[in-house]
Design a protein. Structure first.
Length: 154
């Protein structure tokens, strides 16, 4: 005589198999989810830094902000603080030391003409969501943003 297997026994085994598959896939799905969230945050922060650099370059190109002995009111700290404040409005905290200003940036224009511009560069380290995880080869990224505006002074 053959043993009789109930259909509920077969259904219970299938449920168990599904549970095991789910338990195996859950960590991978969580990592993919965290990677997507982290990538979105990194892209957003880079965009904020790019806009902050643009604001700093625009501000630096104004005649009243020309650095040097010919203009005692021009201040590197004021330009850097402008960039830091812009980033802070978007909830990104940067250090003024991460902001470099070069008011002698050469901009080539058609026909071989060259003008001077103000370049503001931000180099900001960005920690990842899982900075201490042993399976990641890195714990932070260096985000770089640069903007250049033609100087409105000679």
């Amino acid at each position: 005589m053959k043993p009789v297997h109930s259909s509920s026994s077969k259904l219970d085994r299938q449920k168990g198999a599904v549970l095991i598959e789910y338990a195996l896939m859950l960590p991978l799905l969580v990592l993919v989810f965290l990677a997507i969230i982290n990538l979105g945050l990194v892209v957003h922060e880079h965009q904020v830094l790019q806009n902050a650099a643009r604001e700093g370059a625009r501000f630096s190109a104004l005649p009243r902000n020309q650095l040097g002995p010919g203009n005692p009111t021009g201040s590197l700290a004021e330009i850097q603080n402008r960039v830091v404040q812009y980033a802070a409005l978007e909830h990104v905290t940067i250090n003024p030391a991460e902001v470099t200003v070069d008011q002698s940036w050469l901009i080539a224009i058609g026909g071989g003409q060259v003008i001077r511009g103000s370049a503001v560069t931000i180099q900001h380290p960005r920690a990842l969501l899982l900075p201490g995880a042993g399976f990641l080869p890195y714990g932070s990224l260096m985000l770089t943003a640069r903007a250049v505006f033609g100087n409105l002074y000679p």
